[in-house]
Each structure stands twice: as structure tokens, then as C-alpha cells.
Unconditional design. Structure first.
Length: 114
């Protein structure tokens, strides 16, 4: 865990969040500024900055991260579809430098991503 990382503080319980899912390797919570009716963030419990560093996570944690996306999408009843986004670095406007996957759904999303 990184001492000044917002998401590490959420995992530790120092900052409140609305938990959606948790297992040994990851934690998921509702985004405080949702961009869709369902907007959940899935984060690994081990701090890595972004998708470019995912290989620093143990294989079990990588697998659990993506398995959590499937479980959350099912629990949120996103059977019509959903989008998974991970911003990586300054050109992608990554605002929190802890790997996180956005699950967006609950309505028809735009065809374009930008």
C-alpha cells in the first residue's frame, strides 16, 4: 500500500466508500461521480500505478481483477452490455495513480469512446 494513495486509503477503510464487491485480491466500489447509471471501480488490493504495471501483480490477482468484473456485471444485471475502461497515464487523464477498472453500464452508451 502507498501511504498517500486515495485508493489504498479506501481499501484500508480510512476513506469511506460504497462497497460493491470484495475478495482476497480486489475491492470494488461505486464511483462518487458516476458517468452512467452503473459506475463501479474495481481495484487490486496491491498498489500498482496503472495497466502498464499490471505484470507487477501476482497472476492470481490479475485473474481475480477480471473475474470480479464479470461477477459485478452479473450482480448489477448488465446483461445488455457494459464497458470496461482503464485510464493509463497523463494522456489518458488518469487521475488516481492506482490501477482501476471502470465498469460502466445501465443504459445505452455512446458508440464513440472519445
Amino acid at each position: 500500500m502507498m501511504e498517500n494513495c486515495l485508493f489504498c486509503k479506501i481499501i484500508k477503510g480510512d476513506i469511506p466508500s460504497t462497497k460493491v464487491y470484495e475478495d482476497e485480491y480486489c475491492y470494488a466500489f461505486r464511483d462518487i461521480n458516476p458517468q452512467a447509471p452503473v459506475h463501479v471501480l474495481v481495484i487490486p488490493k496491491i498498489h500498482v500505478a496503472n495497466m502498464a504495471e499490471i505484470s507487477l501483480l501476482p497472476q492470481e490477482a490479475q485473474t481475480a481483477l477480471f473475474a470480479a468484473v464479470k461477477k459485478i456485471a452479473e450482480a448489477e444485471k448488465l446483461e445488455k452490455g457494459f464497458r470496461v475502461v482503464s485510464n493509463c497515464g497523463p494522456h489518458a487523464c488518469q487521475s488516481v495513480h492506482h490501477l482501476h477498472l471502470h465498469i460502466l453500464g445501465g443504459r445505452q452508451l455512446a458508440e464513440t469512446m472519445v
